[in-house]
Design a protein around this ligand. Structure first.
Ligand code: 4FD
Length: 212
């Protein structure tokens, strides 16, 4: 799955620019038993399986550098947001650990000094899609990766507001017109309209972004 994502055009451009390098490793390659077991039954009983500590330790230790930041994808984690994407885009080395099953042996988090990160309040079968979300959000912030310079900066969430509505040609489509102000050429009025629309949308859809 990750190799598919890393083969996507924005990722390829980023790699081509030398802005980032990727490496995927398979936890099963760090097991020692015949069945290449990465999970086991939970101590204390109960349903589901738990990711064993050793394959994860071995895998991470095979790639970690002194400055590496280690993230564990988990619904129990700190919530990923644009602010963290910005933070990670300044890191030298990020390692994303994608677990399966119900959970990961707690000693992995402590022993590897790993941070648990969640992309939202839902449970997926594994951490690969959350890791891909983080990679995408971070890579597009790297210098030169997005077409227009600064394009990543002037957008939704950089000032804690939702984005304003956008329009392109034609001026009228199926009876729906482009707001007059956007055709006016009055850049001051356009800026004010966009800001007011962004605020109105944020108030309606995401009042949490304005309030607390
Ligand atoms: N919301 C997320 C991350 C992982 C995941 C898993 C413990 C489950 C959702 C550790 C439980 C890993 C998220 C795998 N689902 N599933 O970011």
């Amino acid at each position: 799955m990750l190799d598919g994502i890393f083969g996507e055009s924005m990722m390829k451009r980023a790699v081509g620019l030398g802005a980032v390098t990727f490496r995927t490793i398979d936890l099963r390659d760090f097991t020692t038993d015949k069945h290449r077991t990465t999970d086991d039954r939970p101590y204390g009983g109960g349903p589901g399986m738990v990711m064993k500590a050793d394959p994860i330790f071995q895998a991470v230790e095979s790639v970690r550098t002194p400055h590496a930041r280690i993230l564990l994808m988990s619904p129990q984690g700190r919530r990923f947001a644009q602010s963290m994407a910005r933070e990670l885009s300044a890191e030298q080395h990020v390692i994303l650990v994608c677990g399966h099953y119900e959970g990961i042996d707690e000693r992995v988090k402590i022993g590897l000094n790993a941070e648990e990160v969640s992309i939202g309040d839902y449970v997926l079968t594994n951490g690969v899609l959350p890791a891909a979300v983080i990679v995408d959000a971070v890579v597009r912030l790297l210098p030169g990766v997005l077409g227009g310079e600064g394009a990543a900066e002037q957008e939704s969430f950089t000032e804690n507001l939702l984005d304003c509505p956008h329009y392109t040609r034609p001026e009228e489509y199926r009876g729906m017109k482009v707001p007059e102000v956007l055709l006016s050429g009055d850049h001051g009025a356009i800026r004010k309209w966009r800001e007011a629309e962004a605020r109105r949308r944020t108030q309606n859809r995401r009042p949490d972004l304005l309030g607390d």
